[in-house]
Design a protein. Structure first.
Length: 310
């Protein structure tokens, strides 16, 4: 039975992989840049050259995608978060949709320098955004002068546009996912400096050494970006289900032991109480015995000396 299940699972994985490869090819994920713009470090990911265009090896794309999905599932199951970064026009909508789908963080407008390495300042900016929004909701912003109100509104719009996607990020992420490693080099440098794993979509003009897990693909195709980012978002969702399953199993294991511990503690408490009561009773017995002997001696009749006088 186990062997049959293994065969069925293997066949299903092959089928899913074939379907995914067809979708990747139809999305144009294999089309790279012109040969004049290529990075020699991408030679291992290039299948051939057609005309003046490099063709990306789809097998390498699929391999990188599967490795990235496994890494994301492991990181999420460990209780950490993910940040999706895609500030180029083709990737903005896909990054926002995928991050909202799996309830994670994203940056789609501009990566501010120090977002990770100077995270305390970023948190201060987010607190400032909450303060300005509270002023707007309460109506106190309208009580300011026209010039001051305009300046505060402009400040609020600017902070919200840049940092709205990471508003709920209270700690450093466990993984950074980028679209176009060449454009998001600042985010990759900060993540590498802090030891945060990085996953990225790279084209033939990028450097794969800047990433921990490289997914070679066409980073200018909206369909290709959307397909790959959605696959990564599904991996994040599966990692969250692993967290809930592990927590439920752990709770189920701890509940009987807790009950046993409480019952054993109550039994020990009852035993101690009984022992103390018996000790008190045993301690009272000698005193009672002494009292009874004293009473019996007092109750004895006194005998007078009746011997004749000499």
């Amino acid at each position: 039975m186990a062997e049959a299940d293994y065969i069925v699972e293997k066949v299903w994985r092959l089928f899913v992989a074939k379907e995914l490869v067809r979708e990747l090819i139809s999305a144009g994920v294999h089309l790279g840049h012109s040969a004049s713009r290529w990075n020699p470090k991408m030679k291992a990911f290039i299948f051939a050259k057609r005309g003046n265009i490099h063709i990306i090896d789809v097998k390498k794309t699929l391999t990188g995608l599967l490795i990235a999905k496994k890494l994301l599932a492991e990181v999420i199951s460990g209780g950490k978060d993910v940040v999706f970064v895609g500030t180029k026009r083709q990737a903005q909508k896909a990054v926002e949709t995928a991050a909202e789908k799996c309830a994670m963080h994203y940056i789609s407008v501009r990566w501010l320098g120090g977002t990770l390495t100077n995270f305390r300042t970023i948190r201060a900016q987010l607190q400032r955004l909450e303060q300005l929004e509270a002023m707007q909701d309460s109506g106190s912003l309208e009580n300011e002068s026209k010039k001051q109100a305009s300046r505060l509104k402009r400040e609020m719009r600017k902070i919200k546009a840049n940092l709205d996607g990471i508003r709920k990020m209270s700690r450093l992420p466990g993984v950074v996912v980028v679209v176009d490693a060449k454009k998001e080099y600042i985010a990759l440098r900060e993540a590498t400096k802090l030891g945060i794993p990085t996953i990225g979509i790279i084209d033939t003009d990028s450097d794969p050494d800047t990433l921990d897990v490289a997914i070679p693909a066409n980073d200018d195709s909206i369909r290709a970006i959307d397909l790959i980012i959605n696959e990564l978002a599904d991996a994040v969702a599966s990692g969250k289900t692993m967290i809930s399953a592990s927590s439920q199993s752990l709770q189920a294991q701890l509940t009987p032991s807790a009950k046993r511990a409480r019952s054993s503690r109550s039994a020990l408490a009852r035993a101690d109480q009984e022992q103390s009561e018996s000790a008190v009773a045993v301690g009272d017995e000698p005193e009672k015995a002494v009292e009874t002997t004293e009473k019996t001696e007092d109750q004895r009749p006194k005998t007078e000396d009746q011997s004749p006088k000499s």
